[in-house]
Design a protein around this ligand. Structure first.
Ligand code: RP5
Length: 168
């Protein structure tokens, strides 16, 4: 049985082969001061465990579920089926398959009434999932809102500095 730590953000992935990509999400969350719950759960290989996680997530203090999967990529959709929490989907570029396009379409094409907020394929999507999770939390948490403001400010300053360097 996996240890149940409390966190407002859960980062799930369909396989441990997704972890090198999802490290970008986990690192960004940690940079924001959020220690996520991290689980390998599959809509296909471990459907009962995935369903159990989704069903109990809100009661365990989770506020946002990030779900990454490759190929047929039903993990985010399965989470949405069993939880009313916002689900952020990250399509993985699996070593086989269609370079992530398969996972992108599987994740984004949810039926009406059952949305999954879908990020870009791969590491960019993984990082953006962390930022999007922070944006959701920032709506009801002043400390998270400040973290978000500081992050955006630093990002803007970095870009302006690059522009200034190029135009010196
Ligand atoms: C998906 O199948 C996983 O999310 C992973 O991206 C892909 C391949 O899984 P492995 O065969 O590498 O475990 O369910």
């Amino acid at each position: 049985m996996a240890k149940q730590t409390q966190s407002p953000v859960a980062v799930l992935m369909g396989s441990d082969s997704d972890l090198p990509t999802m490290e970008a999400c986990i690192k960004q969350l940690k940079d924001f001061g959020i220690e996520p719950v991290v689980r390998v759960l599959s809509a296909h290989r471990t459907p009962a465990a995935a369903c159990e996680f989704a069903t109990n997530a809100a009661g365990n203090g989770v506020k946002v579920i990030v779900a990454a999967a490759g190929m047929a990529a039903h993990l985010a959709g399965a989470m949405a089926a069993h939880s009313q929490l916002p689900i952020v989907g990250v399509p993985m570029q699996a070593k086989e398959g269609l370079c992530g396009l398969d996972a992108l379409l599987s994740t984004v094409q949810m039926p009406p009434g059952m949305p999954v907020g879908t990020m870009a394929i791969g590491k960019t999507g993984a990082k953006n999932a962390a930022v999007f999770a922070l944006q959701i939390l920032a709506l009801s948490d002043a400390a998270m809102a400040k973290t978000l403001t500081d992050f955006r400010k630093a990002q803007t300053e970095k870009a302006l500095k690059k522009d200034a360097e190029l135009n010196r």
